[in-house]
Ligand binder design. Structure first.
Ligand code: SAH
Length: 220
C-alpha cells in the first residue's frame, strides 16, 4: 500500500511540505515539532480509501465513530504540552485512536502511556507504532477517566476527547509543575484548556474553540 501511494505521489515530500507550510501559517512555531510531523507518515494511520487525503488539514474517520485529529490540532496540543519545560519524562495520553498523536508524542518525550476505551482501535494503533519502531509507548485498554494510576504522576497529560469538565482523577495524577492539555465542553461548544499544577493548586488557561469527539465512559 505504501509503495503504491508513493508511486502516484500522494505521500510525496511536496504534499507533506504543503502541510507543514499550512501549520506554520496557522501559528505553529516549534521547529522540533514541525520536523517530527514532517517525518511521520500520516497516511498509514488511516484506511487505504482515505489515505490520499491524509495530508489535508482535516479530521478523518477511523472507524467506530471516531476521527483522527486534524494536523493543526495535533501540532497545537503538542506545542502547548511541551511549551513550558524541556523534554518531558512521562506523558499520559487519553484517546489513542489511530495512534497518530501518540506517534508524534513518542518522538518528543521519553515515554508515552496511552489509554483507549475501544480495544480494536488501540490494537491497530499499537501495530502501526511498532511498525514505525516507536517502542517507548505503553498501552492500556481502559476508561481514561480513571487515568493510569500505576505510572503517575505525569509531567504531561494530553486528552483527545472532550469531557464536560476536567476529570478529577487526571488532576490527581499530574506532577507538580505538570501540564494537561484538554478540550472541555459539550457538543460543538468546546474550548481547549491548559491546566498547570502548582505547589498550591491548579492554574487553568482557556484557549481557543475546538471540536472533539465526546469523552465517553466505560470500555468497549
Ligand atoms: N489523537 C487521536 C484522536 C482520536 S479521537 C487520533 O489522532 O487518532 C478520540 C479517541 O478518544 C477515540 O479513539 C475515543 O474512543 C477515545 N476516547 C473517548 N473517550 C475516552 C475515554 N473515556 N477513555 C479512553 N479513550 C476515550
Amino acid at each position: 500500500m505504501i509503495q503504491s501511494l508513493q508511486g502516484i505521489g500522494m505521500t510525496s515530500s511536496r504534499t507533506r511540505e504543503r502541510m507543514i507550510n499550512r501549520l506554520m501559517e496557522q501559528g505553529i512555531r516549534s521547529n522540533k515539532i514541525l520536523d517530527v510531523i514532517r517525518n511521520t507518515p500520516r497516511h498509514i494511520f488511516m484506511d487505504e480509501a482515505l489515505a490520499s487525503r491524509a495530508y489535508e488539514d482535516t479530521a478523518l474517520p477511523i472507524g467506530y465513530n471516531q476521527t483522527i485529529s486534524q494536523p493543526y490540532i495535533v501540532a497545537k496540543m503538542t506545542e502547548l504540552l511541551l511549551a513550558s519545560s524541556g523534554r518531558l519524562e512521562k506523558v499520559l495520553e487519553i484517546g489513542t485512536g489511530c495512534g497518530y498523536q501518540t506517534a508524534i508524542l513518542a518522538q518528543l518525550v521519553n515515554h508515552v502511556y496511552s489509554v483507549e476505551r475501544i480495544a480494536p482501535l488501540q490494537k491497530k494503533a499499537k501495530d502501526r507504532l511498532w511498525g514505525l519502531k516507536l517502542k517507548n509507548v505503553s498501552y492500556l485498554h481502559s476508561d481514561g477517566g480513571w487515568g493510569w494510576q500505576d505510572h503517575a504522576p505525569y509531567d504531561g497529560i494530553l486528552v483527545a476527547a472532550a469531557p464536560p469538565e476536567i476529570p478529577e482523577m487526571l488532576l490527581q495524577q499530574m506532577a507538580v509543575g505538570g501540564v494537561m492539555v484538554i478540550p472541555i465542553g459539550k457538543g460543538s461548544s468546546q474550548q481547549l484548556q491548559r491546566v498547570t499544577r502548582t505547589e498550591g493548586g491548579y492554574e487553568v488557561e482557556r484557549l481557543e474553540p475546538v471540536v472533539f469527539v465526546p469523552f465517553l465512559s466505560g470500555r468497549k
